[in-house]
Design a protein around this ligand. Structure first.
Ligand code: SAM
Ligand code: CA
Length: 247
């Protein structure tokens, strides 16, 4: 998303554009959740990575710590082993995933930008889970197409987290449905797009939001109508839609 936004001449998101990293009405309530349930249990390396990321110009695009905690619990509940992440940035969700997987679990991690991944890499290595990560630099779509060429890869992934270019979510969806096993889960991030999906079409919005809003709205409609998956759209972070493949 970062490179795409730059290419479109958009500005990095700010707190003013997007509000706090939650859709809750009250910032105090969100802080309560963080301080009561999230920070006390956040792995020390996740904390360190979050602090490094917060100093990055684009730091606000990282997954929030409460969403990281949610992903971690979800992965453990479904017993995920073989996973994929599209959109790594500095690696907060990647590290949360790697920490949650068993020692023989793995993550195919895709991002067009290696530089931001390398910013977080020392912390990822310190956490002792880097053997689970297969990072590949480049656009995700051709990687998915390559995987699909080998039928051995079909129906093998337990979990995929999609957090990259929103205008490609439906292209990812078609391919991921072939790569994920029946009962496997795909999580699409930012499906509430900072609340903008529910605003009137002519509502004034920062460019960063208005550019991707129609794509996110289209994704939401398409997922809701897709009989191949069961879905649940959760107001965690900026909205995450979980899709469980049923056939
Ligand atoms: N999950 C990350 C975290 O927890 O920090 C945040 C990911 S950030 C919102 C989106 C990322 O998607 C950026 O790092 C960007 O470089 C990457 N990206 C954008 N377009 C992409 C594409 N076509 N293929 C792979 N990655 C892409
Ligand atoms: Ca995101």
């Amino acid at each position: 998303m970062e490179a795409k936004i730059k290419a479109e001449g958009l500005d990095p998101p700010t707190d003013k554009d997007n509000g706090p990293k939650s859709l809750l009405q009250s910032e105090a309530l969100y802080q309560y959740i963080l301080e009561t349930s999230v920070y006390p249990r956040e792995h020390e390396c996740l904390k360190e990575l979050r602090e490094i990321t917060s100093k990055h110009l684009w730091g606000l695009i990282a997954v929030s710590p409460d969403e990281g905690q949610f992903l971690s619990l979800l992965l453990k509940m479904i017993g995920a082993k073989k996973t994929m992440e599209i959109g790594v940035f500095t690696g907060y969700s990647l590290l949360a995933t790697a920490l949650a997987l068993p020692d023989d679990g793995n993550i195919l991690a895709l991002d067009i930008d290696r530089q931001n991944y390398e910013l977080g890499l020392p912390v990822i290595e310190k956490a002792g889970i880097s053997h689970k990560i297969d990072f590949r630099e480049g656009p995700a779509l051709p990687v998915l197409d390559k995987l699909l060429e080998d039928v051995e890869n079909h129906g093998t992934f337990d979990f995929v987290f999609v957090d990259a270019d929103k205008d490609n979510y439906l292209n990812y969806h078609e391919r991921l449905l072939d790569l994920v096993k029946v009962g496997g889960v795909i999580g699409y991030d930012n499906t509430l797009w900072f609340g903008s999906v529910a605003l009137p079409p002519d509502a004034p919005l920062p460019k960063t939001l208005s550019f991707y809003r129609p794509f996110v709205q289209e994704v939401n409609k398409a997922l809701a109508a897709d009989p191949r998956v069961e879905i649940c759209q959760l107001p965690v972070g900026d909205g995450i839609t979980l899709c469980r493949k049923i056939k």
